[in-house]
Write a protein that binds this ligand. Structure first.
Ligand code: SAM
Length: 260
């Protein structure tokens, strides 16, 4: 059927979850404080659509949730206490108009090949708020990683849509909220390690961050060598050591909430 994932075309995002086992369920566990922000943004919604749902991170368990996820590998990682996900793409959601009270799009929209078409579909099937967790790459330079790996910022700025564009695609009205990252954040996005820099030297940690799949191996080596050397010499701590105890970091994570 057109627009539906098949066994030969399992993922349509910019990152292929079929060919890489990324340790997602180990290193990208939903953080309860970020979850609370997302769930509050869903308001009173009872029926929630989760698009690009992956293994179900941040899905509320006290509401009726329908998950849409094109990657068979991701669908297979969903825990048993969550409902199975529907195999579909954001650009072609197999539900009737206005059947959901709210929709959640968690760290997924940057992977959609046609973001405008995807958001149009999400709006078509959703009568209430659309809640998007994303990154504002223009704030990437708040994080020391930008200095250690400028390639990382270049990649993210080409993948993540500008927040202003997102708001326009949502009809011109949306609230944009900064989401602070806790020091012990369990969801291993790059910023989660703002105060735990040694973790970024672990290849398994980086493998669960899709950005590194787009950075040249030579640039990754330069990054690990420089960070490793600065940690060993104390240079990192002299400049950024205060982050080791800073309770939260206001970086690039954003919630974009389009109420109806
Ligand atoms: C970084 S993962 C996030 C998964 C989950 N929302 C989470 O927070 O853990 C991005 C997800 O978007 C999915 N995705 C990629 N392209 C998509 C598309 N066109 N429509 C819907 N989902 C898509 C991927 O398969 C992947 O599961």
């Amino acid at each position: 059927m057109p627009g539906q994932p098949t066994n030969t075309r399992l993922s349509e995002g910019d990152f292929n979850y079929e060919s890489r086992d990324v340790g997602y369920t180990t290193y990208r566990r939903p953080d309860p404080r970020i979850a609370a922000r997302i769930h509050a943004s869903l308001g009173e919604a009872r029926g929630v659509l989760n698009v690009g749902a992956g293994a179900g991170s941040y899905e509320p368990t006290d509401r009726y949730v329908v998950a849409v996820e094109p990657s068979a590998s991701m669908r297979s990682k969903r825990p048993r206490h969550l409902s199975p996900a529907v195999a579909a793409f954001a650009q072609s959601i197999p539900f009737d108009d206005g059947v959901f009270d709210a929709a959640m799009l968690i760290l997924t929209i940057h992977q959609w090949p046609d973001k405008v078409a995807g958001l149009r579909e999400v709006r078509r099937v959703t009568r209430g708020p659309i809640v998007i967790l994303t990154f504002d790459w223009r704030a990437a330079d708040r994080f020391w990683l930008a200095e250690y790996s400028p390639e990382h910022v270049r990649v993210e700025s080409s993948r993540f849509p500008e927040i202003d564009s997102l708001v326009q695609w949502l009809g011109g009205h949306a609230r944009v909220e900064e989401v602070p990252i806790p020091l012990d954040c369990t969801d291993g996005v790059t910023e989660a390690y703002y105060g735990r820099p040694e973790r970024m030297l672990d290849p398994a940690v980086r493998a669960a961050q899709s950005v590194w799949g787009f950075v040249e191996p030579a640039a990754i080596s330069r990054f690990t060598e420089r960070l490793g050397a600065d940690l060993a010499s104390g240079a990192w701590d002299r400049r950024f050591g205060h982050l080791r105890t800073q309770p939260e970091f206001h970086g690039a994570m954003r919630l974009v909430i389009a109420d109806r």
